[in-house]
Design a binder for this molecule. Sequence first.
Ligand code: FAD
Length: 643
Amino acid sequence: MSVVDRQEWDVVVVGAGGAGLRAAIEARERGARTAVICKSLFGKAHTVMAEGGIAAAMANANEHDNWQVHFRDTMRGGKFLNQWRMAELHAQEAPDRVWELETWGALFDRTKDGRISQRNFGGHEYPRLAHVGDRTGLELIRTLQQKIVALQQEDHRETGDHESRLKVFQECTVTRILKDGERVCGVFAYDRETGRFFVLEAPAVVVATGGIGKSFKVTSNSWEYTGDGHALALLAGAPLLNMEFVQFHPTGMVWPPSVKGILVTESVRGDGGVLRNSEGKRFMFDYVPDVFKEKYAESEEEGDRWYEDPDHNRRPPELLPRDEVARAINAEVKAGRGSPHGGVFLDVSTRMPAEVIRRRLPSMYHQFKELADVDITAEAMEVGPTCHYVMGGIAVDSDTAAARGVPGLFAAGEVAGGMHGSNRLGGNSLSDLLVFGRRAGRHAADHALGLAGGRPAVDDAQVNTAAAEALRPFSAETEGEAGPPENPYTLHQELQQTMNDLVGIIRRESEMEQALHRLAELRVRARRAGVEGHRQFNPGWHLALDLRNMLLVSECVARAALERTESRGGHTREDHPAMDRAWRNVNLLCALADPTGGLAAADPARGQIRLSRETTEPVRPDLLALFEKEELVKYLAEEELYE
Ligand code: FAD
């Protein structure tokens, strides 16, 4: 008989970033008793780091903007591999979600006539990012948190208990999604501070755990990004979609080494910053690909005029989608035209007065001053690509956010796949969190409250297995497996180096094969990952548990990247440098090789992931009609054009 504490809820939301909080608010407002569980402190989720803004076609800065233009930009950015229905819903609903935030107390920057200010970002035809200086994520989370507290106060007035309908379990990590047959029935978790195990029983679980960047050495991502939600879904039987697409943001800090990878927001370029190589050349003009040629300026003069008169000039190529800019920087550095520390120069100092820079980019000003002793109002920054975002994720239904194949499982935010195709546009994540967070919360609540045939039950055997799995690192030494216990920190470093070097921004077949080989070795060693001490706040133990997730997700990325023999968006193959129209309608799905969800029994030296292909759903004709035929010819497969 299990002695693990249990509580019953209608909906459990795993993750308290923008997606998780928006989902929780919606589920509670629809009447579902909702628990939110997060491994960081409440209010400290990765979303807090978001800088530039929320993309929404509100047309405040340019009256020509509308959802159709936003949809077009998103599809172009994703190179037409986006789950088009998600891109449509996202473009249509994002403005309402921003206005709603304002009614809940968000204080956006304003235009001179008092409307929400919107700024330029790469790949967006019009200024579209609603922002709060360069601290937009912080304001978003503050507002959602405030809304949660307001709902809890409402509940207190009615029931005498703040947490009767909406409760946050902070600093608690979920290690397994539990199932009753095919159906979700709850989650197994541990409290990071005490090490205590507990179970939250619920017929609906929303996964909103964010990304996977901590599997790479150079990343802008926070410590939370160990791919937990991706792995939890896989282990519960839900497939992951197009995991080869990982976004390398073009501008991370490159110096000093201790801060390598920290993000330099795209707002710097949106507000006029330019990229130069060691010869002082604005090199992006040499890197405009054919598909974008008509939309970008041909000369520096035209690019500069665009900031003042966007209706009669084309935008500068520094504002191409991120994948293009990252590859260009990589090529310049490789050609020997890089900055002293292996990046290129990003300059605002010659483009704007110092007080404007300090007002519009306050975090960047302080970040460089404090971390690199660089005054960006007087000198150029040194920047280079950094692993930033994963487009691949849990395969979901576009309308309901339901994960494929597992009744009761939902996913929203960065952990969900499909919305951004092969490359995400800046600003489209915060809007994605709000649009699909709300949808996931709504449908999870409806699922939980509309159950026919009673609630699914959590059986003790499953709980005991999850507890044994979580305790394994404490007994690694005594299990008699070959070799001494492995240090989880060493394993993590080797994993990060492997992914960075062999499945990074430019990929080659032989290197990815090598990566899969190394991942297999790491998996064998990770089974012996051992920790000392006890369960009370033990970071080594936490990392040992996270390793399972990072290894699973890394294998998905490497296998899918090896399979896709073309270059598209965030996936660049040196041996297949062109985008191939025949791949436009191919999705790659990763599923667990052992469908029972057992990893312990599987041979870790063999792959744990099974890869399959599926044909994408054809884009609806009225949405295709938003594009010129000449443009579609560049993207769509032959048979799609014919249809
Ligand atoms: P998160 O905000 O990361 O939340 C994940 C939650 O899941 C956390 O609460 C975490 O504790 C919890 N969690 C994870 N694993 C577990 C587990 N096993 N058990 C329990 N809880 C768990 N996008 C934009 O659109 N505009 C921007 O300007 C922008 N700027 C950015 C700047 C930086 C520096 C970075 C790194 C990203 C930026 N992005 C931006 C991207 C965007 O911030 C993220 O994609 C987005 O915040 C992800 O939100 P989320 O709700 O999916 O996940």
